[in-house]
Structures are given as C-alpha cells and as structure tokens.
Design a protein around this ligand. Structure first.
Ligand code: E4P
Length: 220
C-alpha cells in the first residue's frame, strides 16, 4: 500500500519524507489556505521534496477553465497530479488532462457509482472520503471495500483507490486489508501508527538490562 501525506505544510512534509515512508502528497484548497502561501509556490516546493505524485486541485467549476488550470499546474513539475472534483465537468477535465499524459486524482467521491464514472473517465486515482462518510453515520470503509471489489472485476480499470479523509490507524489497516492501493494520511495519523505501549515497555526493559552490562556496541 502506498502512503501519501495529506498536508500542504512543507515543514511537515520535509520531516516525514525523511522517514522514507512517503510515496506522495495530497493537498486541497483548504490545506493550501492554511499555509497562507501562494498555491503554485507551495506545489513547486512540495515537488522538490517528494518524487511521487503530488496532488494539486483545480478551483474552477467549468471544464474548459479546469483544463486550463490543470495544464498550468501540470507545468510546475512532472509529478504534479491534477485533482478535479467528481462532477460532470470535473470528469470532462479528467479525460482531457489524461489525454495530455497528466496524472489525475478525482476527489470528493462518496459512492461506488461515482467511482465507476471516474474509472471510465480514465482517472489515475479515485479519492473516496472515508472520514466524512463516517461523520454522517455512513460506513466509509464499506465504500472502500465496494470500490475495490468493483474495480477488481475489470482488468481494464487502472484507476487506483486512494483512501482519503482517513482519521485513524484503523482506517489505514482496514483499507489495506481490503486491497486499497493508496491511503493519504494526515501527519498525526502516520505518527499514531508507530505507537504501541508494548513496544515502549519492551524497549525500556531492554535498555535497562543492557545498561547493567556496562557495554557499548561501538566501543567493543
Ligand atoms: C485528500 O485528498 C482529501 O482532500 C482529504 O483527505 C480530506 O480530508 P478531511 O475530510 O479530513 O478534510
């Protein structure tokens, strides 16, 4: 499973990229707004740090302008993935941008029917939002299972399922069990994934016993 990081904060991305665990980055207009920085500069900076796909979202709502915006964003770096919303115009833009050879992430997916449309439009990634579905008492992970099952029925579908709006390590683990290709993680969730009290307890005991030996590995 590929791990993307869901943030536009360059300091967070630099820190997490050092773990070697980051395969890409997703941003959205809300995350970019939080930085207070110029969008195109943020995207360029992220692309210098991460080689994998970096999602940058269009903000127009009509297909011709989305396509123009998408082409401008795609010029920033080879790994820019243009993000378009799951609307009729968004899917027209998806097809046109894919025709240019640009990667496209179709976002704001909340149903299997929408995911089928995105695959037919040639999306590189479909982003179902699990957390936002859970928020309204719909089972977000059930949607991931449904989309993975449907896509697996067709060899011709190359669209990757990108689990978005993840809120916890359980979202990550369960979507991996379902065979989702990618998850985009808020930095907090990636940090939470390391944690286990038995790891902390076990390490403390090992170090305590080691200290009693008076040895150091490097001075041996
Ligand atoms: C990523 O592509 C999405 O925009 C993001 O995961 C949405 O997350 P949220 O529901 O926590 O805002």
């Amino acid at each position: 499973m590929k791990f993307f990081i869901d943030t536009a904060d360059i300091a967070e991305i630099e820190e997490l990229a050092e773990t070697g665990l980051v395969d890409g980055v997703t941003t959205n207009p809300s995350l970019v707004a939080k930085t207070g920085r110029k969008f195109t500069e943020v995207v360029a900076d992220i692309c210098k740090v991460v080689d994998g796909p970096v999602s940058a979202e269009v903000t127009a709502t009509d297909a011709p302008t989305m396509i123009k915006e998408g082409r401008k964003l795609a010029e920033i770096a080879e790994n820019v993935t243009v993000k378009v919303p799951l609307t009729p115009d968004g899917l027209k833009a998806c097809r046109a941008l894919r025709g240019d050879g640009t990667m496209v992430n179709v976002t704001l997916c909340f149903s299997s029917a929408q995911a089928l449309l995105a695959a037919k439009a040639g999306a590189s990634f479909i982003s179902p939002f699990v957390g936002r579905l859970d928020d309204i008492a719909f089972d977000g992970l059930q949607l991931i299972e449904d989309i993975v099952d449907i896509y697996n029925n067709y060899d011709t579908i190359e669209t990757e399922v990108l689990v978005a709006s993840a809120r916890s390590p359980l979202h990550v683990v369960q979507s991996a069990q379902m065979g989702a290709h990618v998850v985009t993680l808020p930095p907090k969730v990636l940090h939470q994934m390391y944690n286990h009290p038995l790891t902390d307890k076990g390490l403390a005991a090992f170090l305590e016993d080691w200290a009693k030996t008076g040895q150091t590995i490097l001075d041996d």
